[in-house]
Design a protein around this ligand. Structure first.
Ligand code: FAD
Ligand code: NAG
Ligand code: NAG
Length: 634
């Protein structure tokens, strides 16, 4: 080989080395979370829900003529995912009311929004907060009850809007309070000149259909609509209303028209009013009213068909680290002040992490420092805790593997799996390794890890529903069933299977990862007897293999380019589980890197030869050469 090609090969290797070097995480902490959060906003494709974030929240919500109803949610929380279609259809249903109330959502799982959610003291998801018209910065919003469907939500917001107006807010809105006087002249007193018709909808006290129609038609400048309740007997008599509901049109010259309505519904009322207006040459555009189109539930095309692997029995270090990073940097700091039982839960959690999390020396030091910081205090602000995490991480860096995304907990779409999956995995890993490492000791506390897990789930896990279910299970059986070290592993396994059973077929289920009783027959044939009952001894062996530190895979994922996952051989029936840990090559090369180098090497070798031939041949003949001449000679 000539010196030129030697230099070239060296250069290629340098390029490869640079290519495979890790990008330090601490340079941009948000990068990891952008994966947790990116594309997971549940309303990214919805045009009727206003998507708020830390940047636009205050400028949107405060000092506006309309009020706001904001859903604070968490994109990975199953409860929020189930609620999202309700929120979307509610937003679509009352989109026409946006000059009165806007429906919005903010994702507290997004790293940037986290401090804001902390400030607004969002302790469970989803949380709905109402911000009145003209509210000043600093208004915390009024929490309102979450309902199971759009109709109930609509009913509830109507009550609020009426109350708002009675209390003097929302002066720019159409009047949604019932007309209580019998003075017809008075109705025109404040009506703008554009108003040609005053429409009175007479209805029973317990109906709010009229109010909906007022809001639906709030943009029609030619009319003003008011509700009159059946209690207003004087006016009922004066106008000659005989039944409820009734719609009556008054003109400035006091001419009265009774409209015909087919049924007592929002649509029928609107139709009646619209066809009356049409007879007076006033056309109300259909689209102006609101949009009853069903909300789009389909994922955008580019999200579909994201690669999925069916390898549920491998635990990845990346997933464990993503999980505790999210927990330490998001879920814990979101609390304004951590005291009392919550602080004790935090201490217990950090204690078991420091003892059993599969970290090297630096990582363990990081966890120990955090634990020491909270060990002897009585309270800590969430913000302060976050600062400690940042401080120790930058002092000791790198603490975490520099990588993005999930491997084992990767969903077929961004909204599936992720953090909750990582949390279960971490919990199983903790119970298992505590027993593997310390279970034989006399002093071993069989409830140490489970209590820490329960405390974390109770006080910090952002999925309120999950937390309730888990606490319930713990109350029922944890103390009774966990009679020894191994039982702590089995209790969590059984609790997780109960959750799987409950959630099977649920809309949060990733179709590519159905909720099954774990481990499956294929993964562990020996775990079930011939009549289908669990053989707990075998289950225990299986779990200890799967979650053991020595079998954790250190494989990484670099951005979108997912390396191949080693496929373990099927488990033998004696459950001598194959070790699936992927050995890393020096310099962190993976197969892809190597093949790239080889390809590059051959390409450059060919180019070199061509160049070489070209020069030699030119020197010799000093005549014009063509590329086919060169190729012909090679
Ligand atoms: C404490 C807790 C309580 C939850 N409660 C609810 C709830 O009430 N409602 C709700 O909607 N969602 C709940 N979730 C979320 C839900 O259980 C799943 O985590 C989420 O739907 C993602 O599911 P997944 O398919 O990724 O698998 P997950 O159920 O998260 O499982 C993760 C991995 O653990 C392994 N695994 C599965 N089952 C077992 C087992 N029995 N023992 C050991 N390993 C197992 C598998 O490898 C699996 O891939 C809860 C989560 C946690 C952490
Ligand atoms: C917040 O939302 C606005 C409008 O949707 C967008 O322009 C902006 O980039 C977002 N900011 C962040 C930090 O995501
Ligand atoms: C607790 O023990 C009972 C009785 O053996 C069993 O039915 C139940 O499934 C166990 N629960 C858990 C969560 O382990």
């Amino acid at each position: 080989m000539s010196t030129g090609s030697v230099i070239c090969v060296i250069a290629i290797f340098l390029v490869c080395a640079i290519y495979s070097r890790e990008i330090p995480l601490s340079d941009d902490n948000n990068r990891l979370y952008s994966v947790l959060a990116s594309g997971q906003g549940l309303y990214a494709n919805d045009s009727k829900v206003f998507v708020l974030n830390a940047t636009n929240f205050r400028s949107s919500v405060y000092n506006t003529k309309n009020s706001w109803l904001v859903e604070f949610y968490n994109s990975w929380c199953g409860h929020c995912q189930r609620f999202a279609p309700v929120w979307k259809s509610f937003a679509a249903d009352i989109y026409g009311w946006k000059s009165v109330v806007k429906i919005a959502a903010i994702d507290c799982a997004a790293d940037d929004n986290n401090p804001l959610c902390r400030e607004y003291e969002i302790m469970h998801y989803p949380a709905l907060k109402f911000f009145p018209a003209g509210a000043n910065i600093g208004h915390m919003g009024v929490e309102i009850e979450k309902h199971e469907n759009a109709n109930e939500l609509r009913h509830s917001i109507l009550e609020i809007l009426k109350k708002e107006q009675i209390e003097g807010r929302g002066s720019s809105w159409p009047n949604v309070t019932p007309y209580r006087s019998n003075d017809v002249q008075n109705l025109w007193k404040y009506a703008p000149d554009s108003v040609q018709f005053t429409i009175l909808i007479f209805e029973d006290t317990d109906s709010d259909v009229a109010t909906q129609v007022i809001l639906d038609l709030n943009h029609v400048k030619d009319v003003q609509i008011r509700t009159v309740l059946n209690q207003n007997e004087a006016l009922v008599k004066l106008i000659g209303v005989l039944k409820f509901p009734s719609i009556v049109v008054l003109q400035r010259d006091l001419a009265v028209n009774h409209l015909k309505i087919i049924e007592n519904s929002r649509e029928a009322f609107r139709e009646a009013i619209k066809s009356f207006l049409k007879s007076r040459n006033i056309i109300v555009a259909e689209d102006d009213i609101n949009d009853f189109k069903k909300p789009v539930l389909n994922e955008p095309a580019e999200m579909q068909g994201v690669g999925v692997r069916h390898l549920d029995d491998v635990v990845y270090q990346v997933d464990l680290e993503n999980t505790i990073q999210y927990s330490l940097k998001n879920e814990i700091p979101i609390h304004k002040l951590i005291t009392g039982d919550a602080l004790q839960a935090l201490k217990n959690y950090l204690n078991v992490l420091a003892k059993y999390f599969p970290f090297g020396e630096t990582g363990v030091k990081f966890l120990k420092k955090l634990h020491e910081k909270v060990e002897d205090i009585f309270e800590i602000k969430g913000e302060q805790f976050y600062k400690y995490v940042e401080q120790f991480e930058s002092e000791l860096k790198p603490v975490f593997m520099s990588t993005d995304g999930w491997i084992g907990c990767k969903g077929s779409r961004p909204r599936y799996r992720g953090y909750p999956c990582g949390l279960w995995t971490t919990f199983h890993m903790l119970t298992t390794n505590a027993v593997i490492e310390e279970g034989h000791k006399k002093t071993f506390d069989r409830l140490e890890v489970l209590n820490a897990v329960l405390g974390y789930v109770t006080y910090f896990f952002g999925c309120h529903d999950c937390s309730q279910h888990f606490q319930e299970m713990a109350r029922k059986s944890m103390y009774a069933n966990v009679t020894g070290p191994d039982e702590s592993i089995l209790w969590l396994w059984s609790a997780h299977n109960q959750a799987n059973k409950r959630l099977a077929g649920d809309m949060t289920e990733d179709p590519q990862h159905p909720k099954v009783q774990f481990p499956t027959r294929e993964s562990c044939p020996a775990c079930r007897s011939s009549d289908g009952r669990w053989v707990k001894k075998q289950v225990l062996i299986f779990l200890k293999q799967m979650y053991s530190k020595k079998n954790i895979s250190h494989m990484k994922v670099s951005n979108d380019d997912l390396p191949e996952i080693p496929v373990p051989e099927p488990h033998a029936s004696d459950v001598s589980v194959v070790t699936v840990q992927k050995k890393r090559l020096g310099w962190n090369f993976n197969i892809f890197d190597i093949s790239l180098c080889v390809v590059l090497y051959f390409c450059s070798a060919v180019i070199l030869i061509l160049v070489f031939v070209k020069f030699i041949v030119r020197k010799r003949y000093r005549k014009k050469m063509y590329i086919h001449d060169i190729l012909g000679k090679v």
